[in-house]
Design a protein around this ligand. Structure first.
Ligand SMILES: [Zn+2]
Length: 262
């Protein structure tokens, strides 16, 4: 069975076309192979479908409540987390809204500052497109990505900047299904270059959860989240003051669903 978020709309139904649909769903061309003609054709098809001007289709109205620019100034940590989880529901139910917001934000020329309401520490895996997974737009999420979603000094520094300076209200440490970094750590296999430098960061999770990749990945997300809370005085201070929340999560690459682990 094809997960809902992977299903494509019937390209012959022009009124159903959405601005967030991939080019392949619109005209059958691969995104990497699109040329000027196919771009023009897509534009015309979207225009026919009434989506170019950012019109909201009737079916998307009930989901059309993504966070606005500067929303973080009023959100508390629980509400910030809820915004992300609501965005993931839109993603899994194919009701993405952010492409329309991207266009609007670009038009506003908001280039002078950023005020993201949330931060995410995710794996570098290409199957975990963070903004897409949470249906978030430009300026909304401060994202750090590294294989195995590990809290190295540089990652901690980045997330401290996000929380302490930019004002993110929640940090989600997100492991994912089929994580190659976790698998490699479990197998402790020889790898080229400096890849094995990841292993020591993930080893504690493997020691704790054993050789099951999903169990070790979930344990790793929890351990890295705990590390952020404890190793950073900036983050721990904000958490104690109830101005920041750090949570662990797991992204199921087959269903598109994000589950909180604690
Ligand atoms: Zn991974």
């Amino acid at each position: 069975m094809i997960p809902p978020f992977q299903q494509r709309r019937d390209a012959t139904k022009e009124n159903d076309l959405h601005v967030c649909d991939p080019p392949s769903a619109l005209d059958g061309t691969h995104p990497g192979l699109s040329n000027e003609d196919s771009s023009r054709r897509r534009f015309l098809q979207m225009a026919v479908g009434g989506t170019v001007a950012g019109l909201v289709t009737a079916t998307s109205i009930e989901f059309a409540a993504p966070p606005r620019v500067l929303a973080q100034t009023t959100l508390n940590p629980d509400a910030a987390l809820q915004e992300l989880m609501d965005g993931n529901k839109r993603f899994t139910s194919e009701r993405l809204t952010t492409c329309e917001h991207d266009l609007a934000i670009l038009k506003q020329h908001t280039t002078e500052k950023q005020e993201p309401f949330a931060a995410v520490l995710s794996c570098a895996d290409s199957r975990v497109p963070v903004e897409l997974v949470f249906d978030q737009s430009i300026g909304h999420v401060f994202v750090t990505r590294i294989a195995g979603n590990i809290a190295t000094s540089e990652i901690i520094a980045s997330l401290e900047y996000g929380a302490g300076v930019l004002g993110t209200k929640v940090i989600v440490v997100m492991g994912h299904g089929g994580c190659g970094a976790v698998k490699a750590t479990i197998q402790a296999k020889e790898v080229p270059g400096q890849i094995s430098a990841l292993y020591p960061h993930i080893q504690a999770a493997v020691d704790q959860a054993g050789a099951n990749v999903e169990a070790a990945t979930k344990a790793n997300a929890k351990i890295q989240a705990a590390l952020l809370r404890q190793a950073s005085t900036v983050i721990s201070g904000l958490v104690k003051a109830n101005k920041l929340k750090v949570v662990a999560a797991y992204y199921d690459i087959a269903t598109g669903t994000v589950s909180l682990l604690e």
